[in-house]
Design a protein around this ligand. Structure first.
Ligand code: FES
Length: 123
């Protein structure tokens, strides 16, 4: 019986941990990561980055963290842009030019709707 009780306690601990994780993640910011490796830059990642920054600025979005990453081995899909919203899986978009970047900010970052047609991976 003490065995069952401890399972019960474990479940409570697990629930508490899940809740704490959820609360912590809710406080996190949306993160946008742009592939700025050689191939990304060759494919226009600088323009993509500039478009994202301009769009965020125009809309006064200050709670978004922008980071860069190097090559991830998906040359033909560059420029790659990851969007990670708090508590959601990371969504990777491929061949993101300036126009697509603006739509991703408007539709995904602001309105929480993934732009399915440009997604190359989710994790
Ligand atoms: S050279 Fe950058 S992903 Fe291939």
């Amino acid at each position: 019986m003490s065995h069952l009780k401890s399972l019960d306690e474990l479940e409570k601990i697990r629930q508490r941990a899940l809740e704490e994780t959820r609360v912590r993640q809710a406080g996190h910011k949306t993160q946008i990561t742009i592939g700025m490796g050689t191939c990304g830059i060759a494919a226009g990642a600088r323009e993509t980055m500039a478009a994202i920054l301009a769009e965020l600025g125009k809309r006064n979005l200050t709670d978004v963290v922008i980071t860069q990453t190097g090559c991830v081995g998906l040359c033909e899909k560059e420029p790659l842009v990851d969007v990670t919203k708090p508590g959601k899986p990371k969504v990777t978009y491929g061949n993101v030019d300036a126009e697509k970047a603006k739509k991703i900010v408007a539709q995904h970052v602001i309105n929480d709707q993934v732009v399915g047609e440009w997604v190359v991976a989710t994790r």
